[in-house]
Structures are given as C-alpha cells and as structure tokens.
Design a binder for this molecule. Sequence first.
Ligand code: SF4
Length: 204
Amino acid sequence: MSYPGWMLLRVARRIPRTESEGPGARYALWVQGCSIRCEGCCNPEMFSDRGGEEVDVAALAREVLDEPGLEGLSILGGEPFEQAGPLAELASLVREGGLSVMVFSGFVREELEARADPHALALLAAADLLADGPFVASQPGSRWRWLGSQNQRMHFLSERYTPEDARFYGDNTVDIRLVDGRLEISGWAPAVKCLGIERLRRRG
Ligand code: SF4
C-alpha cells in the first residue's frame, strides 16, 4: 500500500505492540505536547510541544499496518487533539487498512465537538473509541479498563466495539517487552511508576 507523504506529526514515543493500551494487540503512539497539564500526570516529559521527533504520517501508517497481528492503533499523549490534523490523517489510513483506532484525550467529547474544528471532527470521525477527560488525581480508579480517574469516560464512536465487550472491564495490566536489548514498558501508568520501571526505561 502506498500513500502520499506530506504531513508531519510530533511523536513522543511509540511501541509497535502492546496488549495494555486498549482492546487486543495494539500499536501504541504517544504524541508530544499537552497544554492541559493535569496535576499528577504520568507523562510530564510530553508537555512541551518542542520535544519528541517529527514523523511523516504516511510512513507511520505504513509502519503500523506492516506490524503483523494487530487489532488496532491507540493514540495517547500528550494531547492528541492538539495535533488533530495529522492524527486524523493517520487514523483514516490505519482504519482503511482494517485496524481499529482508540484515542485518549484530556478534553471532553462535548468540548471537542463544540469547537467545530474540522481537524478535531475528522479525528473523532476516524476513531472507534474515545477515552475522554483530564486525569484527576483525587478521583483515582475507573469502571473502564485503561482509564486513570473516575471522571474519565469511554465513548463508543463506531459499531466496531460495544460496552458489552468484557475486555473493557477488569484489572489493568502492564506490558514489559525486551526489544533489541531495551525494555519497552506500556500499560497502566501508576503501576509502571510504582515499579520504578519508568526510570529504568528512560535510562535506555
Ligand atoms: S491530558 Fe493527559 S497528557 Fe495532558 S496533562 Fe492530562 S494526563 Fe497528562
């Protein structure tokens, strides 16, 4: 499959396969830059919009679709809707390739829809799942797997998933994989922090 390459996305981190960032095996993509800055955020190194690396969206879509056996792509942050244009393009390409798309945002759905920003609406239209709302440290825990605080909600934006899917409930998990001699950690962020593994990962 070939795509025109013309959009750049600022990426903080990416893991080609995890089973701890959404339903099934997924490519996990953390974007760089978030102006929301929740107290207790697990990814403060992703606040600045000048960190990370710029990645061509078409090349990234190919990378995701070339990974065997994936169910979908999960987009985390940072704040995805602060790069909604290139992410809408990425999500569309990935969905055209047959994978599902899940987006985690610190903004609530109603706020995103009220903006009437065509890029934000395009990203919502290209997503199957939206986990929304800022992280509120005083309200830890969630009925939904993968979410961090009680205020956050899961929106089923397409018919691909339903709330009856048992995978959306139950214990959170952490994936630890050894890839080319490096530990790749993903999954429930508080557990990753408690284990001190995040520090280990950053040392590379
Ligand atoms: S929206 Fe997400 S990335 Fe941004 S500060 Fe809150 S928890 Fe951190």
